[in-house]
Design a protein around this ligand. Sequence first.
Ligand code: NDP
Length: 280
Amino acid sequence: MAKLIDGKSISKQIKDELAQRAGELAKAGCTVTLAVIQVGSDPASTVYVNNKKKGCEYIGIRSLSYELAQETGEEELLALIGELNGRGDVNGILVQLPLPGHIDEDRVIRAIDPTKDVDGFHPQNVGALCIGQPGFVSCTPAGIIQLLKRSGVSIAGKECVILGRSNIVGKPMALLMLRENATVTIAHSRTTDLKEVTKRADILIVAVGKPKMITREYVKEGAVVIDVGINRSETGKLCGDVDFEDVEGICSAITPVPGGVGPMTIAMLLHNCLESVNLQ
Ligand code: NDP
């Protein structure tokens, strides 16, 4: 039976550590502040934004909420970001993605001051990660490193296969696993003989956005399986990219969905908010 990697309890552990640090900063007269911008009222985004605000409240970070109408123009959004960049009392700026189609997401990400970019999406932070310099790291991959380390999974020297090459998960994940001295392979939709590639993995990290795509035929016996996916099954139930019931019998450890990677993303966002104080 595979060990369950419990993201809920590990994220609670991290948040409690962060609450202590936030308390120390407050005592030293620094109230860490995160500005959260949402454009429109996409229900999934609203859930994510509310969870982020709750996380801030839990550890003692002040959150400022900017709820803009769906039809807000790009220039208006950029002007708000410019204002928040200039405010000394704002440490982090988070723009909830996706943005409405009429707004250029890349332009918005580039407009955020890199020292306030707590999502770690700004090209300067991505570049810093690439060459091993300090900067913000994208929250989901950073959370996965914590999940592995705090579950006692050793990474150095292991074969790690990452399925998915998005800018927010797959690519930064690969760079972080490389930093931890894993031997890293990135697979994607054009990979030939995918099962042969994923079966090499001691640590398999799946971020494809395809419900239950990964069955036991993709997994080496004894592998550690990290499921990043958040999908709805045909019956409307939340499920990952990994067929949990099928794979848990063959792997040594696995993350559930929900309760695996998801809670770690918010914990690492809060971690980045506190880090911002050092970077600024
Ligand atoms: P993207 O859609 O941006 O990327 C998906 C990647 O999977 C692409 O690189 C794509 O390849 C690859 N892919 C798609 N289909 C296949 C296939 N059949 N075989 C092999 N590779 C395939 O997704 P994201 O990285 O943004 O997200 C992935 C999943 O993780 C989603 O379910 C998302 O909801 C979830 N997620 C969860 C988070 C959390 O906090 N837990 C945070 C962020 C995302 P190609 O590049 O060739 O098209």
